[in-house]
Design a protein around this ligand. Structure first.
Ligand SMILES: NC(=O)c1ccc[n+]([C@@H]2O[C@H](COP(=O)([O-])OP(=O)(O)OC[C@H]3O[C@@H](n4cnc5c(N)ncnc54)[C@H](OP(=O)(O)O)[C@@H]3O)[C@@H](O)[C@H]2O)c1
Length: 314
């Protein structure tokens, strides 16, 4: 087990974050129809008031609008907020020089001089992890980001990124991946274990499986838009899992299904970053932290979801 480095220790102290993909995204999240800027501001404010201090955004969310909104909110608060954003190697930005340039664009939209975590959004065969990390090292050198992370990196590319950064004396701070009770791929393929071993913080995106783990959707009442077809099969298998989650929630003083889903991730040593469209959702999600289910309950949830989908073996 590698010691967590001093530079990235702050990330391991964060229990709960807030995802900002919903901020300005119309295609998947219906921004402008289901939620407005005012709703988003309230979601941000309530998160802060409940101790959530880590916000995850990206240059592509709402084509930069998510970063701009966060920048506005930051101006109106004295509270220290940890900011994470991401580089997407598109369109055709496959050489290392694009990375610090893109980060400067993000910083301008955010209205800050540096971020706490800069992540590569996706790996691509058109840009090696070595080239990506050389660009990221340049960002650290120029003082544009405090730490470096990756996202959607499998174990092999993650290790290449880790090794390249090590040559510059920079630790790989995090790997942001899809992880929820309904998608346990990172447990099955060894990525979670490898992260723990190397002191890399595993950040769990879609921790509520895009709303399925809130208990409000079912086969009879599926989620709208693109989520509807994506989740047809999983929705059929959901009722017994939700029932168990409700029972566990009740035994901890009326915790909601969403809070149980998020707490399970905390118990797995992951950092969940649920997206919220309004204050009610944000408030509930913040309550996923600050308590802990028992080992026995974690084991029961593991058992209930073990075969909920098929996982590729490595
Ligand atoms: N690195 C990547 O490639 C990547 C990919 C995906 C996401 N992310 C990051 O991870 C964050 C979270 O993932 P996600 O947005 O995909 O999914 P999620 O957090 O699992 O689900 C968010 C959605 O669930 C519903 N919801 C949330 N809290 C709720 C509550 N308490 N009660 C009822 N409904 C609730 C809302 O949608 P409805 O109300 O419409 O149901 C909300 O938009 C994103 O914002 C983003 O920052 C990163």
């Amino acid at each position: 087990m590698t010691e967590v480095s001093n530079e990235t220790r702050f990330l391991h102290a964060v229990q709960m974050g807030l995802g900002a993909w919903q901020w300005g995204d119309r295609v998947v999240w219906g921004y402008g129809q289901t939620h407005t800027d005012e709703d988003i501001r309230k979601a941000f404010d309530v998160s802060l008031s409940m101790g959530v201090r880590f916000v995850d955004t990206a240059e592509i969310y709402g084509s930069g609008y998510s970063e701009r909104l966060l920048g506005q909110f930051l101006k109106d608060t004295e509270q220290p907020i940890l900011i994470a954003t991401k580089y997407f190697p598109w369109p055709w930005r496959f050489s290392k020089g694009f990375i610090p340039r893109a980060l400067k664009g993000s910083l301008e939209r955010l209205g800050v001089e540096s971020v706490d975590l800069y992540q590569i959004h996706w790996s691509t065969p058109l840009m090696s992890p070595e080239t990506m990390m050389e660009g990221m090292a340049e960002c650290v050198k120029q003082g544009l980001t405090r730490t470096v992370g990756v996202s959607n990196f499998g174990q092999k590319t993650m290790i290449r990124a880790y090794t390249t950064l090590a040559r510059y004396g920079i630790p790989l701070a995090s790997n942001q991946v899809h992880y929820s009770l309904l998608n346990r791929e990172v447990e099955k393929n060894g990525t979670l274990a490898r992260c723990k071993e190397l002191g890399i913080r595993l950040i769990a995106y879609s921790p509520l499986e895009q709303g399925l783990l809130t208990g409000k959707y079912s086969s009879e009442n599926p989620p709208p838009g693109v989520r509807r077809s994506q989740y047809t099969e999983l929705l059929k298998k959901l009722p017994p899992v939700l029932k168990l989650m409700q029972e566990i929630g009740l035994s901890h003083g009326d915790k909601t299904v969403s809070q149980v889903a998020l707490n399970w991730l905390i118990c797995k040593d992951a950092l969940p970053i649920p997206g919220a469209k309004n204050a009610t959702q944000a408030e509930q999600n913040a309550g996923g932290a600050g308590w802990q289910m028992t080992e026995d309950e974690v084991a029961k949830l593991d058992e209930a979801t073990d075969h909920i989908r098929e996982y590729a073996t490595q």
